[in-house]
Design a protein around this ligand. Structure first.
Ligand code: GLU
Length: 414
């Protein structure tokens, strides 16, 4: 099923239960606006045309908000779905923000630093008329980072003719970025992990976790989970991963990976990395490990009808956006698995972005502890609300979270 069709169906099934008016359904089932454009960039000695998108789903609660991804898998349908999910995510977190998303069809790893900068600046020139600190506030997403936000902010400020640091979030600390923004998504995920453990009576040191994706989100999730005593036994990247029965030391694994250029062989426990401590696994194998909690932290549609019935983990915390396909979800539900939906689990990132936006608007500096405290408070509150509604109405966590978010947006529209 097409990914936007999936997003629409998720919305429509909840909308029906909430008895929303036809005009609200019509408004919310499509984005307000989708911009599609070309970005010409000189690559090597030739000019190449890249395709970019920005989808603005809804701004009833506040300016459109959401990241920009650079990936060969980007499509109009993908950014539309992701922008809709941002609307729900911001509403659930009780932020005065709406939903948006952008992307460029490109493999950024094939570009030089200069070409990547030209692409980032070119992207901003195209979306300049529709973004702004009270209109639409982009951020990093898959394969984009604080350096890219720095180029984008700089390009925006040039076009704007003055400085506004509240247009992009996820900027470097030195350029009005936020302490803790880099860690925010992973940190928020571990707030969810702790709530889940409390709710189901899981003891951290006996709880095993496998994480797919060891980028910014997966790494920080692993780091905070291990710090709190959970056993992260497996992590993987695109080209494979590692299994370490005793539980990894994420910091050392990252260091080892950076030195070696790959994660294979980085079996680091406590203060040592030793080839005898673990074994190599494929990405596919990671999903079928006999563990307690599975954390997809990379891209969408990685749990489908092809592997859902092989998943042994009882709990799934969605740190990527949309990692479970419609069919995958049906199989998991039948098997009684418990999924914490992306719009809650990975909302630490956009909550961090909200603090960064406020910081720039109010011209003050927040401390990392304040940011973490704020994320924890918001996510804990949303988690408990979701659990409460799920118990009262016998809904899955996803449906409960969607009901809370969608009714909030609908009320704002009304
Ligand atoms: N890209 C992140 C997400 O999907 C963060 C968005 C933001 O900070 O605006 O939630």
């Amino acid at each position: 099923m097409d990914i936007f069709q999936k997003a629409q169906e998720q919305f429509l099934s909840v909308a029906k239960k909430l008895d929303l008016s036809a005009s609200i359904i019509d408004e919310l089932k499509e984005p307000h606006r989708v911009l599609k454009f070309q970005i010409p960039v000189k690559v090597g000695s030739t000019k190449k045309i890249f395709y970019g998108f920005r989808s603005q789903h809804n701004n009833a609660l506040g300016p459109y908000k959401g990241g920009i991804r650079f990936s060969p898998l980007v499509s109009e349908s993908e950014v539309k779905s992701l922008s809709m999910w941002m609307t729900w995510k911001c509403a659930l977190a009780d932020l005065p923000l709406g939903g948006g998303k952008g992307g460029v069809i490109v493999d950024p790893f094939k570009l030089t630093r200069e070409e990547l900068e030209a692409l980032s600046r070119g992207y901003v020139r195209e979306i300049f008329p529709i973004i702004g600190s009270n209109k639409d506030i982009p951020a990093p997403d898959v394969n984009t980072n604080s350096q890219i936000m720095a180029w984008m902010s700089d390009e925006y400020n040039k076009l704007y003719g003055k400085e506004d640091w509240a247009v992009f979030t996820g900027k470097p600390i030195e350029l009005n970025g936020l302490e803790g923004r880099k860690e925010a998504t992973g940190f928020g995920g571990v707030v969810v992990l702790e709530e889940l453990a409390k709710f189901y009576g899981l003891e951290p040191k006996k709880t095993t976790i496998a994480i797919q994706g060891f980028g910014n989100v997966g790494y920080h999730f692993a780091l905070f989970a291990a710090e709190r005593g959970f056993k992260v036994v497996a992590v993987s990247e695109k080209d494979g991963g590692i299994y370490v029965e005793e539980g990894i030391n994420p910091e050392l694994v990252l260091k080892c990976k950076e030195e070696k250029g790959e994660i294979a062989g980085c079996y680091c426990v406590g203060s040592v990395c030793d080839a005898r401590l673990g074994r190599e696994i494929t990405n596919k194998e990671l999903f079928t490990l006999d563990i307690d909690i599975l954390v997809p932290a990379a891209i969408e549609n990685v749990i489908t009808e092809q592997n859902a019935d092989k998943i042994k983990a009882k709990y799934i915390i969605e740190m990527a956006n949309g990692p479970i396909s419609e069919e995958g979800e049906r199989i998991l539900c039948q098997k009684g698995k418990i999924c914490v939906p992306d719009i809650l689990s990975n909302s630490g990132g956009v909550i961090g972005s909200y603090f960064e936006w406020i910081q720039a608007k109010e011209n003050r500096k927040l401390k990392k502890e304040e940011v973490f405290e704020g994320i924890k408070e918001k996510i804990t509150k949303s988690f408990r609300k979701m659990v409460e509604l799920s118990k009262n109405k016998k809904l899955s966590f996803r449906d409960a979270a969607y009901e809370i978010a969608i009714s909030k947006v609908a009320q704002a529209i009304e």
